[in-house]
Design a protein around this ligand. Structure first.
Ligand SMILES: Nc1ncnc2c1ncn2[C@@H]1O[C@H](COP(=O)(O)OP(=O)(O)O)[C@@H](O)[C@H]1O
Ligand SMILES: [Mg+2]
Length: 307
């Protein structure tokens, strides 16, 4: 499986530059997660890769097929759950999946067979004949995922699959996706940074239409100046940093993001003083804020955005 993007740009009719020169490639099975705030361009990227929308400039390919020139070929390889997709209330999971598969060209008997086995595989077989409207939010979302998995497609797009789910249903869906990723290339977007950190083999950070960085957690960590974070909960303790940055938490806690060396020195000092603290490699959240808040010239087509 592979996805390659080269120099994708999209300007909507109203003049909004939703994508600016996005390039990256991914080869093999696994999960690519694109994170970014609302309006960053995630959905636009998904819509172009899934041939729903033409880029203004550039091209992309899925398993070697261009989204600009061979869109019908691309469609055989992919399946998508769009951001706004919801299970049709008055159908059952079985009916939803079968109708999707019929639409994709499967014969009725095979569609039924595939629907049944996929629902079972996802642990929701017992709901196959229950109306979607009677299912919980988490189960409904699994029905959407089951629908695309029941097809022959091995490149799956999930645009914000867990937005709006409660924490238990969310982690339930994470479990499912992490099991599936060995057999599929799953391209997902999210604004839950934790979701990307837990699931993804490669994480892309988007901001204002640009892909600011892309890589594994390890690779992204190397991009930031400060790779360690020290957190002190005790309100009364004063801490100072000479190399890093000090962040005051709303709860009175303090966090220092700093270099490995200073983190080490600081830890020794805090131990000596008997202060409770925790130290961790920086999280995706830390990296995200570091990368997104870095000042950039709005209109320049950054040279440094090929991943
Ligand atoms: N169909 C559209 N027509 C015009 N502008 C759009 C359209 N869809 C999205 N946009 C704009 O493009 C930018 C990126 O949007 P989108 O790709 O939906 O971002 P995200 O999915 O990251 O929230 C936003 O400024 C949005 O308002
Ligand atoms: Mg979106």
């Amino acid at each position: 499986m592979d996805v390659v993007c080269s120099g994708l740009s999209k300007t909507y009719d109203e003049g909004t530059r939703a994508l600016r020169n996005v390039s990256f490639s991914f080869n093999g099975n696994g999960i690519i997660a694109i994170i970014g705030r609302n309006g960053a361009g995630k959905t636009t990227l998904v819509r172009i890769l899934s041939t729903e929308l033409m880029p203004t400039k550039g091209d992309a390919s899925i398993n070697g097929n261009s989204v600009v020139h061979d869109e019908n070929k691309v469609r055989e390889h992919i399946a998508i759950v769009p951001q706004e997709a919801r299970a049709i209330q008055w159908l059952t999971p079985m009916q939803s999946i079968v109708s999707y598969l019929l639409y994709r060209g499967f014969a009725y008997s095979e569609a039924k067979e595939r629907a049944r086995s996929t629902l079972k595989k996802l642990g929701i077989g017992k709901y196959e004949n229950v109306l979607n409207r009677k299912l919980s939010g988490g189960t409904k979302r699994k029905v959407m995922v089951a629908t695309v998995l029941a097809s022959e497609a091995r490149v799956i797009f999930l645009d914000e699959p867990t937005t709006g789910l409660d924490p238990i249903s969310r982690s339930d869906l994470w479990n499912l996706l992490s099991k599936l990723k060995k057999d599929y290339l799953i391209f997902l977007t999210t604004h839950y940074l934790e979701e990307a950190e837990i699931l993804a083999d490669k994480i892309g950070i988007m901001e204002k239409g640009r892909l600011m960085a892309m890589g594994s957690m390890e690779e992204l960590r190397k991009r930031v100046r400060y790779q360690y974070s020290i957190r002190v909960i005790d309100r009364k303790v004063k801490i100072k940093t000479s190399k890093g940055i000090l962040i005051h938490g709303l709860d009175g806690s303090k966090q220092v993001m700093t270099t490995e060396k200073e983190a080490f020195e600081m830890s020794k000092d805090l131990i000596k003083k008997g202060v409770k603290f925790s130290t961790n490699p920086v999280s995706l959240e830390d990296i995200f804020y570091y990368i997104v808040k870095k000042p950039m010239n709005e209109d320049s087509e950054s040279e440094d955005n090929e991943w």
